[in-house]
Design a protein around this ligand. Structure first.
Ligand SMILES: Cc1cc2nc3c(=O)[nH]c(=O)nc-3n(C[C@H](O)[C@H](O)[C@H](O)COP(=O)(O)OP(=O)(O)OC[C@H]3O[C@@H](n4cnc5c(N)ncnc54)[C@H](O)[C@@H]3O)c2cc1C
Ligand code: FES
Length: 322
């Protein structure tokens, strides 16, 4: 079946944007923002390569790397979902997604079928080995082709279903764009328009709708309670059970001088020791056996076995001397 429509290629889109702005703007890559401080005449951002001063700051780091202003962790939860790529001789011009639960998404890229599904709150289903197996079974129930690649990603789900785009407070000149609810390629473009209007014209027709400080309603409050119970449950689970059943013999969590420490022994017998407490909001980290990473079950920070950050919101490592 031929489907009319367009395919959005995020990399080509970003290269296009870069071409438009590169004669006016300097782009620095591989810079990690660590801390944000309000000054009388703007903001000072501490980064891994030095300080940056700015009158306007737009934070689009997926999850903001700070808690206040914005308090995004109290207004969202993280959803984790999985994708399988399977090579096929007969790629179709087809892209579809179901609206119900569980969600199934099917599309083709070059000679690959891409199947996405098995979305769950990050705070649920902590055993990644089992998650990957369940997802593979789900794929094999629908398709008889071999699995070439399998991976997961995580996105931010606001408790009222709308992204947070705009100033943290009117006139603060600190803008956030987050909570894209697995539709970030389109919501990101929308965020760009709203933010440009706020900075250039002082206002946007959509600023109340997406306001960081928008009103709470019944739906938001209900989801806030459900998310709060889930966060509490995962905190207790990871605190009381230091070494869950799914850990293999080469992973353990212990206390050393009152400090919670995670140890991974690699295939050469080398011990990799890191702090087991997430620097962001102090949740305890789970070892991801599939990818050999320490993952936070609260807001999706990830670290390698030596404690280096792979993804935020944490902007601090979990190295023993950090
Ligand atoms: C399985 C799955 C399927 C999806 N499918 C679709 C789809 O079909 N269509 C769609 O529109 N969306 C889709 N999405 C959603 C989309 O990928 C996300 O919503 C989007 O990437 C989020 O955009 P973002 O800019 O907020 O964050 P990101 O894309 O994560 O970008 C944030 C950037 O900030 C950087 N960063 C983080 N912390 C710091 C820091 N402290 N200092 C400096 N830089 C930092 C990161 O390195 C990264 O480059 C999907 C998501 C998932 C999980
Ligand atoms: S506590 Fe928030 S990411 Fe770990």
């Amino acid at each position: 079946m031929e489907v009319e429509g367009a395919v959005f290629h995020p990399l080509k889109y970003v290269y296009g944007l870069k071409k438009l702005i590169e004669h006016k703007v300097t782009i620095h890559e591989n810079v990690c923002a660590i801390e944000l401080n309000k000054k009388e005449d703007g903001y000072l951002i501490r980064t891994n390569i030095g300080d940056i001063q700015a009158n306007y700051v737009v934070v689009c780091t997926h999850y903001p790397f700070f808690i206040n202003p914005g308090y995004i962790p109290l207004k969202t939860h993280i959803e984790k979902s999985y994708v399988i790529a399977s090579s096929t001789k007969n790629p179709l011009s087809l892209s579809c997604i179901t609206t119900g639960v569980p969600m199934h998404s099917i599309r083709y890229h070059k000679n690959y079928l891409l199947y996405g599904s098995y979305a769950h709150a990050l705070t649920n289903h902590l055993d990644d080995g089992k998650n990957f197996e369940n997802f593979k079974t789900r794929f094999q129930n629908h398709f008889q082709t071999k699995i070439d690649c399998i991976w997961f990603n995580q996105d931010i789900i606001p408790n009222d279903g709308l992204p947070f785009i705009g100033e943290t407070e009117k006139g603060s000149h600190l803008l956030l764009a987050t909570g894209f609810q697995t539709w970030g390629m389109t919501n990101g473009v929308l965020a760009g328009q709203v933010i440009a209007d706020i900075i250039q014209k002082g206002t946007s027709p959509y600023e109340d709708l997406f306001a960081i400080k928008r009103n709470w309603n019944l739906v938001r409050s209900m989801h806030f309670l459900v998310d709060g119970v889930r966060y509490g449950k995962v905190y207790l689970q990871t605190t009381l059970i230091k070494n869950p059943k799914f850990y293999q013999n080469h992973v353990c969590v212990i206390y050393e001088n009152g400090i919670r420490v995670g140890i991974y022994i690699d295939e050469n017998g080398v011990r990799h020791k890191v702090l087991n407490t997430c620097p962001h909001m102090k949740c305890h980290l789970i070892f991801n056996e599939q990818e050999k990473t320490w993952d936070c079950p609260c807001h999706s920070s990830r670290f390698d076995v030596d404690g280096n950050i792979i993804r935020g919101p944490s902007s601090h490592s979990i190295k023993m001397d950090s």
